[in-house]
Design a protein around this ligand. Structure first.
Ligand code: C5P
Length: 252
């Protein structure tokens, strides 16, 4: 007997609920000494709050799971209470782990069952525009198991044989036109991402590469120059300049 009330796969994807996991448990040593990176201020507001607002700006996002430093969940909870956040979105804070991968997995463990799409977004990318977030969600809704926003490269990239303290020999020069610099949020079919985290145990630098290792296709949508990762001190200057330009453009 056919069940006419059951939604088609396309319908189910269109109605799928979306959650975001924000790994924010890193120390951020490359930024220099001080508070964990996600808690550093940009124009007076912690980077993490900017990142959370960037995710909650998408109307499709109804839950944000923040993965705090292992000993900092209480501090992060107080931070969320102290800042205005959209009411239509729920927020959960869980303690993170030793590696980014472990932190993401701990965030996934906290997801309720009724979310079929998961985005993973670095707290270190506080300024990603909502259009980029929506484009990633749209591509997952259209059926991609994994989606990454990315940009072409300005620099030529060389592969080297690392030799600390010595001039490093170049091993290869990949064709620049085929390379992309990958950003976050990365978007996933939830079951696929959970399987990837269960299957891949070696260290990776992004979640999509774990899905690649399952043999599934990861697709790229256009990234945005304002979705850059705040890693070094100069990135803080750039981030504050972007915020100042936005304030001018918003007429404040
Ligand atoms: O170190 P990296 O810049 O690659 O970190 C990317 C993101 O992963 C940051 O938002 C950082 O807070 C997070 N992270 C984490 N747990 C760790 C290490 C990094 O949540 N143990």
């Amino acid at each position: 007997m056919s069940d006419v009330s059951r939604p088609s796969p396309a319908q189910a994807r269109a109605e799928a609920r979306t959650a975001v996991v924000i790994p924010a448990a890193g120390r951020g040593v490359r930024l220099g000494p001080g508070a964990p990176k996600a808690l550093r201020a940009l124009n007076g507001t912690p980077m993490l709050i900017h990142a959370i607002r960037a995710m909650a700006a998408s109307r499709a996002v109804s839950l944000v799971v923040v993965v705090a430093p292992p000993d900092g969940a209480g501090e992060v909870k107080s931070l969320l209470d102290a800042h205005a956040l959209p009411e239509r979105t729920d927020f959960v804070v869980v303690p993170g782990g030793e590696s980014r991968q472990e932190s993401v997995r701990l965030g996934l463990d906290a997801l309720p069952d009724d979310f079929d799409i998961v985005l993973v977004h670095d707290a270190a990318r506080p300024l990603v525009p909502v259009d980029t977030v929506d484009a990633v969600i749209e591509a997952v809704r259209d059926g991609a198991p994994a989606v990454v926003p990315a940009l072409p490269l300005a620099d030529t990239v060389k592969e080297v044989e690392p030799a600390p303290g010595e001039p490093e020999p170049v091993v290869a020069t990949p064709v620049r036109a085929r390379l992309r610099a990958v950003q976050t949020p990365q978007g996933f079919d939830r079951a696929t991402l959970i399987r990837a985290h269960e299957t891949v145990t070696e260290d990776v630098t992004d979640d999509a590469s774990m899905v690649e290792q399952l043999g599934l296709t990861v697709v790229v949508v256009p990234g945005h120059e304002e979705a850059f990762k705040v890693t070094r001190p100069l990135d803080l200057v750039l981030a504050e300049a972007v915020l100042a330009r936005r304030r001018l453009n918003d007429g404040f």
